[in-house]
Design a binder for this molecule. Structure first.
Ligand SMILES: NC(=O)c1ccc[n+]([C@@H]2O[C@H](COP(=O)([O-])OP(=O)(O)OC[C@H]3O[C@@H](n4cnc5c(N)ncnc54)[C@H](OP(=O)(O)O)[C@@H]3O)[C@@H](O)[C@H]2O)c1
Length: 325
């Protein structure tokens, strides 16, 4: 089989496609022939040496894929050789084959082609688990997602809009703000030129925002707490703005607010299995009827993995970058 191998940590130039030993599925695992995988910001961190795989996971980069079931490990039920699927991975997606626990394999939603399906597992599982399962966003509540034009953001805007929430988002350029509006954002805020707290307060009649999905971490912590409504929930999923911030406990307490931080990749298989099942039940029907779409900004062959990583490094991409086998 072929896989992207990293020659040490560093820039895109450390990545190359090489022949590597074939894989065999263990008990409870499924072997997939990969059709496509997709690039996540976490892949960049792993390439740079800052985000090692969890214990037992493949050293190969890649948190999601689509493909065809090639073999089943002992005890796997519900899947057959030849099924077209997509999967949430702890690693190993940038390869022609991958093994994955059966519970992290999902059907390709009706109406979605196999290549596009590679762009769905990570965003669907992250957004659904954090915004709806953890933060419990309700239809009459307001929702702010930072980085609305990125992979996570484009999906979060569509899903929250489809389920009836007022959606606010931030982005870094006029084109990206326009993309966010086209996906269903009611309010798109330039994080370069505007104060998102002030704009969000005005847009919510002074109440503030019920749920914030945050990719920035430390640098946005005070303002994210500030922007919360009474009984609001801030869910931190990224640290693009650093790791140590100052929390105004008095403000949080006065609002009876919650600050939650989660990581999908490091969860046990049982947790990921439950999230995948919930995504298939609640999110896939909205994808199948076209209400929510995978936002694919670019599709390139796996052999051009360096180009794809240069593109995500320079921050000009929108939505997801898909790598095809
Ligand atoms: N914890 C988890 O389980 C989990 C799972 C998946 C993803 N994540 C995290 O979620 C984040 C998004 O991931 P992704 O794969 O969607 O990455 P991505 O497509 O590269 O998106 C990154 C986003 O960050 C935005 N951004 C940069 N500077 C910003 C600022 N000052 N204020 C607001 N937004 C800013 C960018 O906005 P512009 O393009 O408009 O500049 C872009 O939309 C990453 O931090 C990633 O690590 C966490």
């Amino acid at each position: 089989m072929r896989a992207v191998v990293a020659d040490g940590a560093g820039g895109p130039e450390v990545l190359s496609v090489q022949e590597v030993p074939d894989l065999t599925p263990g008990p409870g695992e499924v072997l997939l022939d990969v059709a496509a995988t997709a690039v996540n910001r976490a892949d960049v961190l792993q390439r740079r040496g800052f985000y090692p795989p969890p214990p037992g996971a493949s050293e190969t980069i890649g948190l999601e894929c689509s493909g065809t079931v090639a073999a089943l490990g002992d005890g796997v039920e519900g899947w057959s050789v030849g099924d077209e699927v997509c999967a949430l991975l702890a690693g190993g997606g940038y390869a022609s084959q991958v093994v994955v626990p059966a519970g992290q394999v999902m059907p390709v939603p009706d109406g979605v082609d196999l290549v596009t399906a590679a762009a769905l597992p990570e965003v669907a599982c992250t957004v659904w688990s954090n915004v709806f399962m953890v933060a419990g966003l309700k239809p009459d509540e307001s929702f702010l997602v930072h980085g609305g034009a990125g992979g996570i953001g484009t999906f979060a805007i569509q899903l929250a809009h489809a389920l009836g929430s007022q959606v606010l988002t931030t982005a870094g350029s006029p084109d990206k703000l326009e993309l966010c509006r086209s996906l269903g954002a009611d309010v798109a805020i330039s994080y370069r030129d505007e104060d998102f707290v002030q704009v969000a307060r005005e847009a919510t009649g002074g109440r503030g925002v019920d749920v914030v999905l945050d990719n920035m971490g430390a640098s946005y912590l005070p303002r994210n707490v500030d922007v919360l409504a009474t009984e609001g929930r801030l869910v931190i999923i990224g640290m693009q703005g650093g790791v140590k911030g100052e929390l105004d406990v008095a403000t949080l307490l006065g609002k009876r607010g919650a600050v939650i931080a989660t990581s999908l990749r490091g969860r046990p298989v049982e947790g990921k299995t439950a999230i995948c099942a919930s995504v298939v039940e609640h999110v896939w029907p909205l994808v199948a009827d076209g209400t929510v779409k995978a936002s694919v900004g670019r599709t390139v062959p796996l052999d051009d993995v360096r180009d794809a990583h240069e593109h995500i490094d320079d921050g000009t991409h929108t939505g997801k970058i898909v790598l095809t086998l």
